[in-house]
Design a protein around this ligand. Sequence first.
Ligand code: PAF
Length: 303
Amino acid sequence: MPPIDWHVLGPGAIGSLFAWYLADAGLQVRLLTRHAGESARLITLEHQGHLDKGHHDTRAFHVDHHDTPIQRLLVTVKAHQTETALHAIAHRITADTLILFLQNGMGAWQVAERLFPDSPCILGTTTEGAWRAADHHIVHAGRGETWIGSLQSRWQPQAVSVVRQWQHTLFHPHHDDNILARLWRKLAINCAINPLTVLYDCRNGELLDKPTALVQMKAICAEVEEVMAAVLGVPASMPLLELACDVARKTGANQSSMLQDYRRGQPTEIDFITGYLVQEARRLGLDVPENAAVLSAVRQMTQ
Ligand code: PAF
């Protein structure tokens, strides 16, 4: 049997999408799921917003419950599930296991750095749009960009090797040796949009029609810009409010990932989005009252 190239931990929308296209490019992919009895999973991918619009494809994946070491691990579980999910497979992670985090929010990778300090840990961010229409039915809603890098210079060669391996996939990712700045840009957009879609219970684009939501978004963006500039040491290249409004417009019909979790009654990623921002602000001695208020409002609604 050929060696397994990638194990995907958390085959939700993004995990299934990546599993799908890695397998499509001929890589050997296995899924890691919570269901002990599950040995295979059929994933249906529905194409929207790019070539083959409306086309459905179904592909079978093995679910791996073995105890053998894992060579490359793609972590796509929700940020708050990371610790439990990694603990469950800790016996399969060695100093040679490459761990790539591709999640919304910031900071979940710190679990891996603590549990597996010798394993190469790299980070990615993607704007590929995917959502779950039903169990194991994923809609690829729009094309985006994928960037991969490492916070530690010692693991940059591993990040580059993944970028090279994935050149043959649909994603054509790029390497970024300043992945932190890119992750912060994504975090900033998520801070500006996601919690407000929960508070107003609306789609991304509808925020732009609500004067009070816009006032809050403006205040959130000003605070995030200040924290971001302090963390990265450079001011933002473009006003965040403008960027956030642009993303809200372009993804106008979408329910944000946080709103989807909220509507399904599932825990949200608020602690790894606004919560992370507020924590970083405190560390730096900065005041972020609007973000702190939004954080506690969303926590109250989702507890
Ligand atoms: O988390 C999300 O939903 C997305 O990152 C974004 C950009 C807000 C679009 O819905």
